[in-house]
Each structure stands twice: as structure tokens, then as C-alpha cells.
Design a protein around this ligand. Structure first.
Ligand code: NAP
Ligand code: G3H
Length: 466
């Protein structure tokens, strides 16, 4: 399939049982250009629509999503295999996100600044800065939160007065479609959002290099993020990328609490979360105890169907499962100990706990996006910090300790956007600051920051003359 081929259809199949769920068009270059042209035209009047009316659209959209939460939850579970309860919760969380964005959007005021003696103004100039929409935002979302991480781009973009080109993950496009239907039913001006379906490998370059796009809000893998960054020029970028979040467990940690948080952080939705705990760095003196507690909790996880709300469910596709298995096999071949799991049945990987993982193993550094937890034993806090920071990623980290001094000293040293003290790594609440350092991202999210990132300052300067 190429971008020059007119509207071939892509079939979407369930990762759970292969059932064909529907299809979306792979748009051609001409179709995409026509949609973007329409969005550009509509954006001009949308930018002039009073912000309370723009916020009203978001409130109506949120209401409709809430009314449809079970139906949309059903699509999410079918399409990306997320446990059904979590799918419905994702819709509810998205509703909260949209409402909060509407409220924050109303308060995006500007700033008035008086001059000083530069060079001899003596306060005779006043800058009146307001915020303007950037124009057209390209929103590219991943499969794992097909409504939340899409709305987290659309809602701030729209309330700020932008038009949007929305390219959903292909496995996630049916959820995207349902979300856009609700937005249209809420009164979205016709054409303001261009819904651009097609595989990223086919339509991605055209979208990210499109001259009408002013800003790219991308969530996905670091590899694709790097590729986009190399191909675009003169567009502002907000990237949420991969992670290898460590859980650091110090000698004085509450080990029951640590085990509970780590297992929930590592295995929910089979580890298919950017913020999943993807390695444990534990002090030697408490490692045996911690591993025993992790093992006990992992044994209690259910494995099976998302319709039964199993903790560990089939991964998004076979390729992803094969990749996770490769990481496990590499570690085992290099003498890691399989405490639990290690089995693969098609795209289902059983929850796996690996002990005695060392720095020469791929699983110590690569993001599995699957249910495998490597334990690396360390001899000191300093060694834990060194290994935590050696990663190419810097999304979040968890630190378990009862010592408040260590908590702040170690947290300060960790290269990550967020350090969670005595809790699992996680993004929410969605208005908290959220960002990745190093290979984990560019820019800052969190509702207010997201709106800011989709606006630019316009300064009008009043020159006073005596
Ligand atoms: P992905 O393969 O990078 O895909 C993400 C999106 O990019 C999809 O819409 C995909 O479309 C599109 N895409 C693929 N190639 C492209 C290209 N050349 N140009 C433009 N767009 C392109 O990631 P994923 O598998 O969906 O999600 C998993 C990854 O996302 C993990 O690494 C995870 O850590 C990361 N993630 C990060 C965050 C965060 O907040 N930091 C949140 C969620 C996920 P197709 O589906 O059509 O290929
Ligand atoms: O996958 C990335 C999501 O932004 C993670 O959100 O930490 O609330 O699961 P979460």
C-alpha cells in the first residue's frame, strides 16, 4: 500500500481472538491534503469563536462520551485487548480530562509587562501579551490508550482555537472513530478536525512534513519519535515517548508496600504502559525478601481474557510478544534466573519475574512493553542511581524508602521527569506535570502545559510618549 493509492481499506482485527472488527481507509495524499485544507479554513473562524463557546463544545463532548462509556469501552477491549473495566475507566478518565481542559482553557490569560530602563525607556513601554492558537496541530496517538491519549491532544488543541489533524494508531482507529463521532454529535464545526487514517509507515512522512501543520503532538515509541524529529523542520514538537522506569528499593523500604506497588505498576494491562515499572533496582541486603514478596503477588495475578478483566492479557500483536520473549531468552541465556513465567502462547506472555539480571542483558535496558519484570541487585544507593541513569530513557522512577532524607537526595539525582516516592510510576492525575527527559520526550504535558504548548504568545507593545 502506498500513499498514492486511493482509499484502500485496512482491516482491524482483535488481538484477542483475531475476529475482524471493522476497517478504516488508508487515505491517499490527495485526500489528506483536501482534509487539511478544509481544517485550515475552519480554524480561522474557530480561532475567533469566543473561548467559552469552544469550552462548551468540550463539555458536550464529555457528556456524550460518558453516556457512551460502555459502548466505547467495548470497542477499546475488542480493538486493543484492554481489560473491559479498565477500558470503561479510560473513557471516564477521558471525560474528566476534557472537562478539566475546558475549565483551564477559560483561564488562559495573557500577561502585561512594563518596561524598565532598557535602554532608557524609564517604563515608557508596555507589552500586552495574549495567547493565540498555533494553527493546525497534528495529533498522533498510540494504541495503548486509544481514547485518553488522543483526547489529551484534541481537547487542549480545540479549546485553544486550533484545527487538528488526528492520526490514530491503526490498532485503535475504531476507538478513534467512535470518539470523533461523539465530537461531531457534540457540534464540532464541519471539517475542523481532519481524521487521517492510514498506517504511520505509509502516511506518516506526508503528515509530519505537511506545510500546513504548525505543531506536532506525538505519543509513541522513541524510534518513531526520533524519525519524526529528523524529518520535520520549523514545527514545534511535543513528544511523549518510551520509558524504562526503574523502581529503586532501599534497605529501609516497606517491602510489602513496595511489592504491591511494583507488581501493579509492572503488570497492569500486561505492562503495555509507557509508565509501567520496567526494572527493579534493589539493595542486596533486602533483595531475597523483596523477590519472595514479588513472586507471591505475581502468582496471584490472573492470566487470560480482557473480557474477564484478567490482569495479564494477550499483547497487541504477535510481533510484540515475540520481542518480549526474545528479551527473556537473551537474559536466561546470560544466566538470569526465571523465578516465574517465561512462557509464550502466541501473543500471550505469562507474567515473568527475572532475578539476577545484569547489565550485559538486553532486558536491563530495552523497553519490553510486556509483562516481564527484571530484578537487578545493587550494593549501594550510588550504584542504583548509576544504573537508573545509564538508561537512554528518563520518563519516571519509583523510590521506596522510609527515610525522608534519602528520598529527597536520591530523587534529586534521578534523571526522570517524575520520581514517585513510595508509589508506582503513573501519569495520572492528568493535570499533574508529565514529561520525559532524554529519550522519553520533548516538552511538557499536564493539562495546562498541554494547552500552552498549543498556543503562541502574541505581544502588542504600547509605546508611551510624553
Ligand atoms: P508507535 O509504534 O511508535 O506508534 C505510535 C503512533 O505513531 C501510531 O499512531 C503509529 O501509527 C504512528 N506512526 C508509526 N510510524 C510513523 C511514522 N513514520 N510517522 C508518523 N507516525 C507514525 O507506538 P505504539 O506501539 O502505538 O505505542 C507504544 C509506545 O508508545 C511505547 O514505546 C510506549 O512507551 C510509548 N508511549 C509513550 C507514552 C508517554 O506518555 N510517554 C504514552 C503511551 C505510549 P500506526 O499505528 O499506523 O503504525
Ligand atoms: O502509556 C502511557 C500512559 O500515559 C500511562 O498512563 O500511567 O495512567 O497508565 P498511566
Amino acid at each position: 500500500m502506498t500513499i498514492d493509492t486511493l482509499s484502500e481499506m485496512i482491516k482491524i482485527k482483535s488481538p484477542v481472538n483475531g475476529e475482524e472488527l471493522g476497517e478504516v481507509p488508508s487515505l491517499s495524499k490527495e485526500q489528506i491534503d483536501a482534509l487539511i485544507e478544509k481544517a485550515e479554513t475552519e480554524q480561522k473562524s474557530w480561532a475567533k469563536t469566543p473561548v467559552n463557546q469552544r469550552a462548551d463544545l468540550l463539555y458536550k463532548w464529555a457528556d456524550l462520551l460518558l453516556q457512551r462509556k460502555e459502548a466505547i469501552g467495548d470497542i477499546i477491549t475488542k480493538e486493543v485487548g484492554k481489560p473491559y473495566k479498565a477500558s470503561v475507566t479510560e473513557v471516564e478518565r477521558t471525560v474528566d480530562f476534557i472537562r478539566y481542559t475546558a475549565e483551564d482553557g477559560l483561564r488562559m490569560d495573557g500577561q502585561l509587562t512594563r518596561s524598565n530602563q532598557f535602554p532608557s525607556d524609564n517604563g515608557s513601554r508596555i507589552s500586552m501579551a495574549t495567547r493565540k492558537p498555533v494553527g493546525i496541530v497534528l495529533a498522533i496517538s498510540p494504541f495503548n490508550y486509544p481514547i485518553n491519549l488522543a483526547a489529551a491532544k484534541l481537547a487542549p488543541a480545540l479549546v485553544a482555537g486550533n484545527g487538528v489533524v488526528f492520526k490514530p494508531a491503526t490498532q485503535g482507529a475504531l476507538t478513534g472513530q467512535a470518539m470523533i463521532e461523539a465530537l461531531k454529535d457534540a457540534g464540532l464545526p464541519d471539517g475542523l478536525v481532519a481524521f487521517a487514517t492510514g498506517r504511520g509507515s505509509v502516511i506518516g512522512d506526508h503528515l509530519v512534513q505537511h506545510p500546513a501543520v504548525h505543531m506536532i503532538s506525538f505519543t509513541g515509541s522513541t524510534a518513531v519519535g526520533n524519525d519524526i524529529a529528523k524529518k520535520t523542520t520549523m514545527k514545534s514538537l511535543s513528544f511523549e515517548l518510551g520509558g524504562k522506569d526503574p523502581a529503586i528499593v532501599l534497605e529501609d523500604a516497606d517491602l510489602d508496600l513496595a511489592a504491591k506497588e511494583i507488581v501493579s505498576g509492572a503488570f497492569s494491562y500486561s505492562g503495555q504502559r509507557c509508565t509501567a515499572i520496567k526494572r527493579v533496582l534493589v539493595l542486596d541486603s533486602v533483595a531475597d525478601q523483596l523477590v519472595a514478596k514479588l513472586k507471591e503477588r505475581i502468582e496471584g495475578l490472573s492470566v487470560g481474557s480482557p473480557w474477564d478483566n484478567a490482569d495479564v492479557v494477550p499483547l497487541i500483536d504477535l510481533k510484540s510478544a515475540n520481542f518480549v520473549k526474545e528479551l527473556i531468552d537473551d537474559a536466561v541465556a546470560k544466566n538470569a534466573k526465571t523465578v516465574l513465567g517465561g512462557m509464550q502462547i502466541e501473543n500471550l506472555i505469562h507474567p515473568t519475574l527475572l532475578d539476577d539480571v545484569t547489565e550485559d542483558m538486553r532486558v536491563a535496558w530495552e523497553e519490553p512493553f510486556g509483562p516481564v519484570l527484571p530484578v537487578i541487585r545493587v550494593s549501594s544507593k550510588e550504584e542504583a542511581i548509576r544504573i537508573a541513569n545509564k538508561s537512554e530513557y528518563g520518563l519516571q522512577a519509583s523510590l521506596f524508602t522510609e527515610n525522608i532524607n534519602d528520598a529527597f537526595v536520591v530523587a534529586d539525582e534521578i534523571e526522570a521527569g517524575t520520581v514517585q516516592l513510595n508509589g508506582k510510576t503513573q501519569r495520572g492525575p492528568d493535570h499533574f506535570p508529565f514529561l520525559g527527559t532524554k529519550g522519553s520526550g520533548i516538552g511538557e504535558q499536564g493539562i495546562r502545559k498541554s494547552i500552552e504548548s498549543m498556543t503562541v504568545t502574541k505581544s502588542v507593545v504600547l509605546n508611551l510618549h510624553e
